[in-house]
Design a protein around this ligand. Structure first.
Ligand code: SF4
Length: 368
């Protein structure tokens, strides 16, 4: 089994068992997987592997309650294919549960954390990112995108919730120092408002699919929900997909990821330089076989090409038995990613005229 991203030297250290054993998250059980009539390969791979309160959320759904999914995006640059994994899963949840999906585009977060020059820059990326997200096929009647600083209820709800957060809790959660600006401190309340709004205003239980390093923020928000006696938001945690070079995917290290704006030539180049589990020579590769458990190309093929664990294991067997060369896998991955980008960008262009339908407030499709 490939333990996505389980490389201890990475900055984003991925100790999946600690989240469960030390921090009290629950593993995703077979019952949860079986709850869904349609299969999802990310659940089958255990890429989504842990949760808080997701079982209670599904019980509420089974009782006939309307449910919501919240999944935010900080718009500071173009999106890459790694970002789209979580949103693809959110779309799948919408299809399975008929869930209302709320997508805050947190321009305010990116501004106070210094990731963009000004709110206008974040706005431009918010519109571009919204197109990428809408292109995944979300139902516009059940999907609510909003730009955080331009949405009325965000401020009032954040103020209300801020009374239930102490400075010391925020400092510990976000790792603040004396020179941190006050916007970062207040942003903790804003984030809680994004997550809790569907529960507080519309009475719907919420689940947040999220990478596991976001758990401290979920704990903080669940804590606030407990204080105001609201349904504690559930969360479902993903593992990491390593970047192509083996490092964490990051927009500031473009070789690690494939942006939705990358050209086919650039995709080929990045994949060609990707980390594999191959041997030093072709002869060794044929004699000893490769090591798919170390191979980023294999991880990416699992996510973007193969449709099931069975298919992934067959490929792994071909690798370990020396029947495959890394160049063949890279070729396969390049072609797959180029095709995904072509389809995605065609849908992105098409959804442009529909984008306003996803927003609860007026948007400018061609911001200056
Ligand atoms: Fe990875 Fe393919 Fe090379 Fe095996 S042959 S190590 S799966 S790139």
């Amino acid at each position: 089994m490939v333990e996505f991203g389980r490389v201890e030297t990475l900055e984003k250290k991925t100790d999946y068992t600690r989240l469960i054993e030390e921090f009290g998250a629950q593993p995703i059980t077979k019952e949860i997987v079986r709850f869904f009539k349609n299969k999802n390969k990310l659940l089958e791979y255990e890429f989504f592997f842990a949760h808080r309160g997701f079982d209670e959320y599904l019980k509420a759904y089974s009782r006939g309650e309307k449910v919501a999914v919240v999944s935010g995006r900080g718009p500071s640059y173009h999106m890459h294919l790694g970002h789209l994994i979580i949103f693809g899963f959110v779309k799948w949840l919408q299809d399975q549960l008929g869930a209302e999906v709320y997508i805050p585009l947190s321009d305010d977060e990116k501004y106070v954390f210094g990731k963009v020059r000004d709110l206008n820059e974040a706005y431009k990326y918010a519109i571009d990112n919204a197109l990428d997200i809408a292109a995944l096929g979300f139902n516009p009647n059940k999907t609510h995108m909003y730009i955080s600083s331009r949405t009325d209820w965000v401020y009032s709800l954040s103020i209300e919730l801020s009374r239930h957060l102490t400075y010391s809790t925020v400092r510990a959660t976000f790792g603040l120092t004396d020179s941190t600006n006050a916007g970062v401190v207040f942003y903790a309340a804003v984030q809680a408002a994004h997550i809790l709004m569907p529960t507080i205003i519309h009475g719907m239980p919420v689940v947040v699919p999220i990478a596991m390093d976001q758990d401290p923020y979920m704990r903080l928000t669940r804590d606030i929900a407990g204080k105001i006696r609201a349904f504690k938001p559930a969360s479902i945690y993903s593992k990491y997909l390593r970047g192509l070079t083996g490092e964490p995917m990051s927009a500031s290290n473009p070789e690690t990821c494939i942006f939705t704006t990358d050209s086919p030539e650039l995709v080929k180049k990045k994949v060609w330089n990707a980390l594999t589990g191959g041997r030093a020579t072709i002869r060794e590769q044929k004699e000893l076989g490769g090591e798919p458990s170390k191979c980023v190309v294999y991880e990416w093929l699992m996510i973007y090409k193969f449709n099931s664990m069975k298919e992934a294991l067959e490929h792994a067997n071909q690798c370990t038995s020396g029947q495959l060369l890394c160049g063949e896998c890279k070729e396969m991955l390049s072609k797959t990613l180029i095709k995904i980008l072509e389809d995605h960008n065609r849908k992105k262009n098409k959804v442009r005229n529909e984008l306003q339908k996803f927003f609860d407030h007026k948007i400018d499709l061609s911001p200056k």
